[in-house]
Write a new protein. Sequence first.
Length: 328
Amino acid sequence: MKAVVTSSAKFLPESVLSNLDLEKILDTSDEWIQTRTGIRERRILKDPEKATAYLCTEVARQILDKRGISAGEIDLIIVATMSPDMLFPSTACLVQDNIKAVNAWAFDLSGACSGFLYALNTGAQFIATGTHKKVLVIGGEKMSALMDYSDRTTCVLFGDGAAGVLLEPGEDDSHGMLDARLYSDGSGRDNLCMPGGGSLRPTNHETVDRKLHYLQQDGRQVFKSAVVGMAEVADEIMQRNNLTAEDIDYLIPHQANNRIIQATAERMGLNLEKVAVNIDRYGNTSAATIPICIAELDEQGKLQSGSNLILVSFGAGYTWGGVYLKWL
Ligand code: UT7
């Protein structure tokens, strides 16, 4: 039994942090950020009392409303995030309680920017086995909580947001999650990480003084691997499923850098009209980028029954992968 997406939703905090705002606090420029990344602005969740669980809860509520079902019908909630409210309990458990999904079990999945694709494929397995009927898969991030706003090499890149989908069994095997190829390579660990706050370097005065509680990235190294990883997995998904560029309705890529997105589209032979892009408005929202794109296309009525979608991502770990999703 294939898992199909029966509903989608997104939630972005209202507060906008533009490149022009960043120019005022950093040695950077709108021109540099737009040329190197494609980002114009990003959203920031300013309320210190709210975090990723809040963003994901808003998404879950919308999905339930749109689908016209009650929270009690949900069997499983998976939240993909690298910015959980706390190391434990999981953000998924907080969402489960917030919406009172009393019959659901819930867990977080740590796959960084590929988290949503990992979670989508994981959720789809529970549908495929027939043991679960309704699985909420959400990618949510409060990336602003991981940023050092004096480090221009990272803080200009990331933003906050969440989005997700509801997975249910399809009527036949022709639609839904048709293929997935997912990869990991932990040798990339030092190029994109948050070194402090885990069991290796628990938070203490020293870790804070050394700013180890902030995201650190060697942008150039990650860029090189991301360009290759995203393009190769997109190519692999196309070949495995005998898809040509004409067959594909939308490429939905992770939104880390417009240049990486364009290189992936080029490798697939796709023109840019078929590529979902929101990095200009939201920056890199990590695990949330791909479901935000899906929710936007869905809201705009651009997804028809049978639309062929290729989802590809690359992120910390390294983690990367591709999914072939045929819209219900
Ligand atoms: O989502 C998870 C996966 N992440 C990615 O896929 C991100 C991949 N990496 C990238 O997207 C790019 O590497 C960045 C956007 C992070 C950086 O772009 P780049 O073209 O690779 O720039 P760079 O790191 O090579 O830096 C070029 C110059 C440097 O100055 P020097 O050493 O040439 O004098 C940087 O100090 O740009 C400087 N720079 C900045 N200048 C103005 C770095 N950040 C900024 C900034 N404003 N915000």
